[in-house]
Design a protein around this ligand. Structure first.
Ligand SMILES: C[S@@+](CC[C@H](N)C(=O)[O-])C[C@H]1O[C@@H](n2cnc3c(N)ncnc32)[C@H](O)[C@@H]1O
Length: 234
């Protein structure tokens, strides 16, 4: 699947998330040894939602983890959980309090929302999957209110260091084996390490954010530099 581009790649991504939706949350906890919950809480904190009523978009929400976290931290916010894979959102809707989120079918490359709608746009492990990162970032910039925050939690291309062999073993062997055992979908979990290793470096992502207009950009690496949280202000 590494060779796929354009709409073929988007179709592949959508089909893959449809097939793994029922085991997606469990796989996340196992692959990150439960660390992803902490990163998500940090991502929501970085979104710096204003006190009182606000509206936040969790883009590529999948089963809604970030939107649920936003609601826990800011009970007065209105969270919109948007994705282009219905099967992922259906799993999220059946979660406890799933009805408290506003689920929305949306393509990150062509968002169905007016300009300056959201106090913040957050995403978890979305950008690695889109076929045009620049367009996805530009769309997020468009729908954020002036002064609002964009936060992206995603894998990032790790720098070579002493731990590189261990990281490669985890990504190339442990994750695909776990994925095959739990979901029966080996290709989905070889896609993940491949797309991570070939993804942008954290500095490159920051430069892309600047190119669409974000300011006050910063990022923090997590999990031996395999994951990063980026944030920027409109
Ligand atoms: C790895 S999952 C992440 C789910 C969730 N955000 C999380 O943090 O666990 C990536 C999600 O992005 C969605 N996605 C990928 N490309 C998309 C696009 N162009 N528009 C909307 N959603 C997209 C997929 O359907 C999938 O649910």
């Amino acid at each position: 699947m590494a060779h796929l581009t354009g709409s073929d790649r988007a179709d592949f991504v959508q089909g893959m998330f449809t097939r793994i939706a029922h085991r997606y949350d469990l796989m996340n906890r196992l692959m990150t040894a439960g660390q992803d919950a902490r990163w998500r809480r940090e991502a929501i904190r970085r979104a710096a939602l204003p006190p009182g009523r606000s509206i936040v978009l969790d883009l590529g929400a999948g089963t809604g983890d970030l939107a649920f976290d936003a609601l826990r931290r800011h009970p007065e916010t209105t969270p919109i959980a948007a994705d282009f894979t219905l099967a992922m959102m259906r799993v999220g809707q059946k979660r406890q309090n799933g009805h408290q989120l506003n689920w929305s079918s949306a393509d990150a490359l062509k968002l169905p929302y007016p300009n300056e709608t959201f106090d913040a746009v957050v995403s978890g492990f979305l950008l690695r999957n889109v076929i045009d990162i620049q367009q996805a970032l530009a769309e997020q910039f468009r729908v954020i209110k002036p002064g609002g925050m964009m936060v992206a939690l995603d894998t990032t291309r790790p720098r070579e260091n002493l731990l590189s062999p261990l990281i490669h073993f985890h990504m190339k062997t442990v994750i695909p084996t776990l994925g095959r055992m739990l979901t029966g979908q080996a290709d989905a979990y070889t896609y993940l390490p491949d797309s991570s290793i070939n993804f942008l470096r954290a500095e490159e992502m920051a430069a892309r954010m600047a190119a669409v207009g974000f300011s006050e950009i910063n990022f923090e690496r997590k999990m031996f530099g395999v994951v990063a949280i980026h944030w920027g202000r409109k």
